[in-house]
Design a protein around this ligand. Structure first.
Ligand SMILES: Nc1ncnc2c1ncn2[C@@H]1O[C@H](COP(=O)(O)OP(=O)(O)O)[C@@H](O)[C@H]1O
Ligand SMILES: O=P(O)(O)OC[C@H]1O[C@](O)(COP(=O)(O)O)[C@@H](O)[C@@H]1O
Ligand SMILES: [Mg+2]
Length: 320
């Protein structure tokens, strides 16, 4: 029986557990022998690898994070350690890999493929939604719902105290979480790396709104802009309104995966096993314009992520 190993790597994301479970279940159905690599790339180097049992993957589907655990590994950049990882796989008869992670993990496995020719399939999982070629990455919907709950709570206190709240979302250099959250929570301001902002225009617009009775303000700022603290001070001084900053931080990464993340995890996992079974060597699973497909890792690695035009257009008026 051919050995196939499944791992999670890089930033954890809700949806990783259902993806692991589906990948194991479907691999068995396809006559493969699934293994689990724990602790991501670090575990691959250290030989933290064992054949998957039913118990390993039962009762995990509804859990956030990754039961396999994850890591960011400096050692994996060095050939010597990648060779050690390869030897570990060889000993166990593993000749196919599924990696559930982000662009960094895909680059790592592509380097591993170039070194030793071990085919892999990548399942996009990162709350940042910043992987080129796919409209969706596992974890995004759960993170958005988490952010929605937080903003709803903040609105309660903002309205009670007639205050402005600046809320910083994660996303590294990508403004997707901030934009969708600003739209779904009816925020007054949205500052993201992808859109130019104009504080003078924002000031003029909101001063007029306040004259017309606006009592509180919600501003969503993407971490990639580094603007959250500045904007909080700016609101105090320029709008003469009490302002507070909430950095949502890692709460955005946790929580039980939503229905969307569970179903997408299932679809991506089945597609990943099928892709490897079809003889593909280094493809990333994608979901584009409502259709499931695959993309070459080279294309994913060399393309800049582009945000959906419609979302950009809908948010434009919130940054000026
Ligand atoms: N070019 C590369 N060669 C070897 N390993 C890499 C390479 N790029 C990334 N990695 C490994 O992949 C890990 C995960 O990448 P990272 O960017 O942290 O997370 P994500 O997969 O979520 O984007 C890194 O910590 C590093 O160990
Ligand atoms: O967990 P860390 O190491 O503090 O990193 C925080 C970063 O990880 C993320 O939560 C997820 O990013 P990745 O999925 O690319 O790892 C980013 O939004 C954030 O900038
Ligand atoms: Mg990344």
């Amino acid at each position: 029986m051919e050995g196939i190993a499944i791992m999670t790597s890089g930033g954890d994301a809700a949806g990783m557990n259902p993806a692991v479970k589906s990948a194991v279940d479907y691999s068995i159905k396809q006559g493969l022998k699934p293994f689990l690599i724990r602790n991501g790339l670090r575990g691959m180097i250290d030989g933290d690898i064992a054949e998957a049992t039913r118990e390993d993957v039962s009762g995990i589907l509804h859990r956030g994070g990754t039961v396999l655990r994850s890591s960011r590994s400096k050692r994996f950049f060095e050939y010597e350690y990648r060779k050690q990882a390869y030897d570990n796989l060889q000993k166990l008869g593993i000749n196919k890999l599924i990696v559930i992670g982000g662009d960094g993990s895909f680059a790592a496995l592509n380097q591993f493929y170039a070194d030793f020719g071990v085919p892999f399939a990548g399942i996009p999982a990162t709350i940042d939604n910043d992987i080129p070629g796919t409209d969706y990455c596992l974890g995004v919907d759960t993170a958005l719902n988490m952010i929605r709950d937080s903003i709803d709570s903040i609105r309660d206190t903002a309205t009670s105290f007639s205050r402005a709240f600046v809320i910083e979302t994660m996303g590294r250099h990508c403004g997707y979480l901030a934009m969708v959250s600003a739209l779904s929570s009816g925020a007054e301001i949205c500052i993201v790396p992808e859109l130019e902002y104009d504080l003078d225009a924002i000031g003029e617009r909101l001063r007029k709104d306040m004259k017309d009775g606006r009592g509180y303000i919600l501003a969503i700022v993407a971490e990639g802009t580094n603007m959250a603290e500045y904007l909080t001070r700016w609101i105090k001084v320029n709008l003469n309104m009490e302002a507070r900053l909430t950095v949502l931080g890692h709460v955005q990464r946790g929580g039980s995966p939503t229905v969307r993340d569970r179903i997408m995890a299932y679809k991506f996992a089945v597609a990943a096993v099928d892709s490897l079974q079809a003889g593909n060597t280094n493809k990333i699973m994608i979901y584009k314009d409502g259709v499931l497909g695959t993309e070459d890792i080279e294309t994913v690695n060399s393309t800049k992520v582009e945000l959906n035009d419609q979302i950009l257009q809908l948010c434009e008026h919130l940054s000026k």
